[in-house]
Design a protein. Structure first.
Length: 290
């Protein structure tokens, strides 16, 4: 029996009793550095169905971000997928032309990274930047796009959307900026959102609010999420499944409850021991003794 306790009935699984088709399949993906001819990521596999949340944890430099970037088709220069396959909504991304990628990015798969500054233009007000995403990706007219951008700023629980619309990135706090980024990332109604350390820089209260927001999106829109975090409590709270990475390898992969309650690999045991002080327990439901 599997005990996926918290989040077993996301919105979109209602329509069919069979397992829904995956929106993202990552199969034994290997990533290499062309310059040094070294393999950096040695085979990562996971599957996302609508409303499912997969977490990736593990030490710095273990390949979490590279794995995410591979799925988004934005590996840094001289990195390449050297093995395995990635499918987005049934399409192998190796077959995508640049034009198809442009259509897919934002509209089907989208991402929020830790460094907001690099994704928003500091010299343009944030509202028009979101409106532009909506205009280009959803084909809305300027006025409708503005209206939609305001709705999105509201949806990410920014208190004064009209004001934020007219502000520049330097006028916003870290938490506000992160919300703006999420608004931009979900502007074209993606089916998959990758959140790579998206809440790391934020204080605990703001972080909790952003996590609630992601959980809402998953419930309401059936958004599938990949959540990369150093914080095991975040993963415990939000994810169905977790991958534990070390030095480019997935050392453990399974339902969050199982992995965090009964870690098999010594590295996972170490990670959990380190996190015990943060009160990981309170995010895990008690194991069914049966
Ligand atoms: N743009 C880049 N140029 C050169 N090397 C890189 C680049 N991005 C990643 N690497 C290397 O690839 C390896 C994996 O990096 P990656 O960013 O995926 O790690 P990570 O698990 O996301 O780490 P962190 O938790 O610190 O974000 C690291 O050894 C890193 O040095
Ligand atoms: Mg990273």
């Amino acid at each position: 029996m599997t005990t996926l306790s918290k989040n077993t009935a996301p919105a979109q699984t209602r329509t069919t009793s069979a397992t829904p088709a995956p929106v993202l399949s990552v199969r034994d993906v290997r990533i290499g550095d062309r310059v040094t001819d070294r393999e950096i990521v040695h085979g990562v596999s996971f599957e996302l169905t609508p409303g499912k949340v997969v977490g990736i944890v593990g030490e710095s430099g273990s390949g979490k971000t590279l794995t995410c970037r591979a799925a988004l088709g934005i590996l840094p220069p001289h990195f390449e997928v050297t093995g395995g396959s990635i499918e987005i909504a049934g399409t192998d991304i190796a077959t995508l032309t640049p034009a198809r990628w442009t259509a897919l990015r934002g509209a089907t798969i989208s991402a929020v990274f830790q460094d907001p500054a690099s994704y928003l233009n500091p010299s343009i007000r944030v509202g028009p930047q979101i409106a532009e995403v909506v205009r280009v990706k959803k084909g809305l007219k300027r006025r409708e796009a503005r209206h939609r951008a305001l709705e999105l700023l509201q949806a990410v629980h920014l208190r004064d959307p009209e004001l934020v619309y007219t502000q520049y990135t330097h006028e916003l706090s870290g938490g506000m900026l992160q919300r703006v980024l999420i608004a931009a990332a979900i502007a074209a109604d993606p089916r998959i959102l990758i959140a790579d350390e998206a809440t790391t820089a934020l204080d605990v209260t703001v972080q909790a609010e952003i996590l609630d927001l992601l959980a809402d999106l998953r419930e309401q829109a059936g958004l599938a999420l990949v959540v990369v975090s150093h914080d095991l409590a975040v993963v415990a709270q939000l994810c169905d499944e977790v991958l534990v990475m070390r030095q480019g390898e997935v050392v453990e992969h399974g339902p969050v409850e199982a992995v965090f309650h009964d870690p098999r690999h010594e590295y996972t045991q170490l990670l959990i021991a380190e996190h015990e002080q943060y009160g990981l327990e309170k995010f895990l439901t008690p194991q069914d003794p049966s």
